[in-house]
Design a protein around this ligand. Structure first.
Ligand code: FEO
Length: 396
């Protein structure tokens, strides 16, 4: 069902309440998501983005209830990932001649996904499209935020920034607007989205936001492509992004561990005890890697000023769960965080060194060589872990 956004702009997207995994299996969506598409009916009729492929037929059928498809003058494809472009084949099979506005990289991506030669019109930052009634659409390339083709579209007159993935969240709601939903749930999903998707591009985030702010455009609404629309104080999420983009950290130490016979778990808990003895204010969070959602772990790494990663040595390596989360952590290129490794072993004990190497490659400042424990921790090892925790707290 279409919902009014402002004046002649309506939301014609899809709320996906049942979605639990996104990007294949790479991103958990505990609270579902939405694919936001917008219909503008001025002198010209414009569709901004579509919805994910499985909902293409439903999307086009719903759209047809709002407008005679042949009356759509322009389609804007802000981003070619299939969650936003996935209904284009269905839609454009009905209106094949309609111009599709996107970036040059957007053409490459859309052709790469669908192998169709649609009526593409490429745009660059500052290009605009007159839609009548004194209003224009102005395009802003958002290269690598988060794909090479990403772009935002600004609507003058109504002062709406259609930001696509930027400022979005995987958060299903029928209420559509930011002021109507639970704020804790909303911001939890926003920071998870930033941590897991945008962290490697933080330098670009800051630069792009400053560039857009430099245009001095009034922004009344930020209409994202996932989750709720920001209409109440929309700059609050822009300020959050600026904060998150600057090597974000809270007064938190996050401890990740995997364990076979509980030895590495005991080490984690005793190190935590030592940290708390030395610093009563710091938030300490422990996560068993094998039992915790990996995207939630990444969010807690993003919040931390320092992390400890532990695994028993298995064969000549570490647990597969630890290796998996370290691959994610290394690729996200966190900035300004400290780290160390720990773990039990039964013979050669390479695990701690392996973990330390990956953390260093991922940009973490290693505070020391970490701590190892032969067999399950005995009384002396437990005391050593507590002392190590105290020492770690002092160093971070
Ligand atoms: Fe929501 Fe990059 O797609």
């Amino acid at each position: 069902m279409a919902k009014l956004v402002k004046n002649n702009v309506t939301w014609v997207g899809k709320v996906d309440w049942e979605l639990r995994r996104f990007h294949g299996d790479e991103y958990s969506t505990h609270k579902g998501s939405s694919y936001n598409s917008y219909l503008i009916k001025e002198e010209k009729n414009v569709l901004i983005d579509t919805v994910w492929q499985p909902y293409a037929k439903e999307f086009v059928a719903n759209l047809e209830r709002e407008i005679d498809l042949s009356k759509i003058d322009y389609v804007i494809a802000n981003h070619a990932e299939i969650d936003h472009s996935g209904s284009l084949p269905e839609l454009l099979s009905r209106i094949p001649k309609v111009p599709v506005y996107c970036t040059e990289n957007g053409v490459k991506s859309l052709k790469g996904h669908y192998h169709k030669d649609w009526n593409f019109r490429t745009v660059k930052t500052g290009d605009s499209l007159d839609i009548g009634n004194g209003k224009k659409l102005v395009f802003v390339e958002m290269r690598m935020l988060h794909w090479p083709d990403s772009m935002a579209t600004y609507m003058t007159g109504d002062n709406i920034l259609f930001s696509n993935d930027a400022f979005g969240q995987h958060f299903a709601s029928e209420l559509l607007f930011n002021d109507l939903v639970d704020q804790d749930e909303l911001f939890d999903e926003c920071i998870k989205y930033y941590a897991n998707i945008l962290t490697p591009f933080s330098a670009l985030v800051e630069k792009k936001i400053q560039e857009v702010l430099g245009f001095n455009l009034p922004i009344d609404i930020i209409a994202t492509s996932h989750g709720i629309i920001w209409r109440d104080n929309p700059t609050q999420i822009v300020l959050k992004y600026l904060d998150w983009a600057k090597a974000y950290k809270e007064n938190q130490i996050t401890i990740l561990y995997d364990t076979m016979w509980n030895g590495t778990r005991i080490m984690a808990e005793k190190i935590a005890e030592g940290i708390h003895q030395a610093d009563k204010d710091v938030t300490i969070k422990l996560f068993n890697i094998a039992k915790t959602d990996k995207n939630d772990i990444i969010t807690e790494v993003f919040k931390a000023k320092a992390i400890l990663v532990g695994s028993p040595t298995i064969g000549k390596g570490i647990s597969s769960g630890t290796a998996g989360i370290l691959e994610e952590i290394e690729g996200l290129k966190f900035k300004g965080k400290k780290a160390a490794a720990f773990g039990c072993y039964g013979w050669s004990g390479e695990g701690v060194k392996k973990i330390s190497n990956v953390l260093a490659k991922g940009g973490f400042e290693l505070v020391d060589e970490g701590i190892r424990c032969l067999w399950n921790p005995d009384e002396a090892s437990v005391a050593a872990c507590v002392a190590y925790g105290r020492d770690f707290a002092a160093k971070v």
